[in-house]
Every structure is written in structure tokens, then in C-alpha cells.
Design a protein around this ligand. Structure first.
Ligand SMILES: Nc1ncnc2c1ncn2[C@@H]1O[C@H](COP(=O)(O)OP(=O)(O)O)[C@@H](O)[C@H]1O
Ligand SMILES: [Mg+2]
Length: 235
């Protein structure tokens, strides 16, 4: 069953078209990796999916229901959470306040418990100003802020970028936990190998068009990448 779908989506900025007829499905409870070179339009696709950028044409559905015209806020209410490029935290607020802002009224304590269970390190730092933590800790906080909302679909934009390998391991373990709990993930990643290990399905985006859609084993080896996309990738 498809939980989230982009249908023939065209989108861009001003007069510039970036996405050219993108078809993408996120099956329920699965991890979908979206890969492609810099400038391919991955971030733009996630902006469309989170409602921040309205498509010029095409549609977006959730469980078959048209959600194309919903605001980012309404999409969040439907369970679509976006972890944007960079760190999705309020740097001048404490860890605690970052988490509480994201939780439903009356469920603040449950939210903090849930965040700390996922990332125990955050529990030791609830009173710390988020912007003074390491990049990895801030990224954990960004993920925890999503987690306390009990999301249905999480859109992740290069969450492992610039982090130490051990921290990246922790983040991928958390993504596995999310998925086991039934959350679907749309994962934009530059680390191709890790993304393919985690993914059930993979899409390659090149110059705003889907160049490949299939299962990771079909994409084994750099040759396949080169022939579909070209350009530089990190393995
Ligand atoms: N806010 C913006 N205004 C105008 N052009 C943009 C904006 N953001 C991205 N672009 C352009 O859209 C294209 C796709 O960018 P992006 O979606 O960020 O790609 P990716 O995430 O795959 O690297 C690029 O040519 C980029 O310059
Ligand atoms: Mg990007």
C-alpha cells in the first residue's frame, strides 16, 4: 500500500523548472532512498512533499487522498515531517524547549521521555542551548523533534552530512527503529552505500527527472550509477 505519492509533479522557482514530471511512491512502512548528484532537485522534491513549495502541476496524495494544496502545517498534522537540510532545530532554545514546542499540549512529558529513549544523550542535555551542541547532537535533536510527533512519513534531507561515522551509525540505527515502528521514510542521502543498505526502494533523480526506480540490488555497482546519472558520488 502506498502511503505517500507524487504524481507527475512539475515544480521550480520563479520561471525556472526544476522537477519535470516526477512520479514517486512511498509504500507504507518502507524506506525509500532518493539519490542523485548535486543540483538534481532532491531538496526541491522534499520541499514539495512537505508543502513548502507548491507544484506548478501534478499532484500529491496521502493514502489516496489529494493533499496537493495543503499547507506545511496541515501536512504535519497529517503526519508528514520534514527534517530539512542543515539542522532542523531552534539554536537559541534549550533542548527541552525544542522538544516541547513540537509536542501536543498536555503530552510534554511523554514527548521528552520518547526523545530521550531514542537518544539517551539528549537526556543529559535537556537544559543546554541547542546551538551549543555538536553537529551530531543537533541532528539527533532534529530527528527527536520529528519523532515526538508520531510521524507517518518522514522526509530526511542529507541528515548524515558532515557527521562522524559513529554518529552516522547512530542516526541510521534510529532510522531503522522508526521504520520498525511503521513509519515510512523518504531518505535523501549522499552516502549511497548506507542509503542502499537501509532502503527497500531506490529512486535516482537526475536533472529533475526520475532516471531509475527499483530495488537496491538492481543498482549494484558504480557502473549502473554512472550510466544513469554520471557525476560524482560518495561511496
Ligand atoms: N530557492 C531557490 N531559488 C532558485 N533556485 C533554486 C532554489 N533552490 C534550489 N534551486 C535550484 O534548483 C536546482 C535543484 O536544487 P536542489 O533541489 O537543491 O538540488 P539537490 O538537493 O539535488 O542538490 C538547482 O539548480 C538549484 O540551483
Ligand atoms: Mg539538496
Amino acid at each position: 500500500m502506498t502511503v505517500f505519492r507524487l504524481e507527475n509533479v512539475v515544480a521550480g522557482y520563479g520561471g525556472t523548472t526544476v522537477l519535470r514530471g516526477v512520479e514517486l511512491s512511498v509504500p507504507s512502512g518502507s524506506v525509500v532512498a532518493l539519490l542523485g548528484p548535486n543540483g538534481a532537485g532532491k531538496t526541491t522534491l522534499l520541499r514539495v512533499a512537505s508543502g513548502q513549495l507548491k507544484p506548478t502541476s501534478g499532484a500529491m496524495t496521502m493514502n489516496g487522498e489529494d493533499v496537493t494544496r495543503l499547507s506545511p502545517h496541515q501536512l504535519v498534522a497529517k503526519g508528514v515531517c520534514h527534517v530539512p537540510e542543515g539542522r532542523g532545530v531552534f539554536p537559541s532554545l534549550t533542548v527541552r524547549d525544542n522538544l516541547i514546542l513540537q509536542s501536543a499540549k498536555g503530552e510534554e512529558k511523554e514527548a521528552l521521555d520518547r526523545a530521550v529513549a531514542a537518544f539517551p544523550r539528549l537526556g543529559e542535555r535537556l537544559a543546554q542551548i541547542a546551538g551549543t551542541m555538536s553537529g551530531g547532537e543537533q541532528q539527533m535533536l532534529a530527528l527527536a523533534r520529528t519523532y515526538v510527533q508520531h510521524p507517518t512519513v518522514v522526509l530526511l534531507d542529507e541528515v548524515s552530512m558532515g557527521l562522524a561515522p559513529k554518529v552516522v551509525d547512530e542516526i541510521f540505527e534510529f532510522l531503522t527503529l522508526l521504520r520498525r515502528q511503521g513509519t515510512s521514510l523518504l531518505l535523501v542521502e549522499q552516502y549511497v552505500t548506507r542509503a542502499l543498505e537501509a532502503a527497500d526502494y531506490v529512486y535516482l533523480l537526475n536533472r529533475g527527472e526520475i532516471a531509475f526506480a527499483g530495488e537496491p540490488p538492481e543498482l549494484d555497482g558504480a557502473d549502473v550509477f554512472a550510466s544513469y546519472v554520471g557525476g560524482d558520488f560518495d561511496y
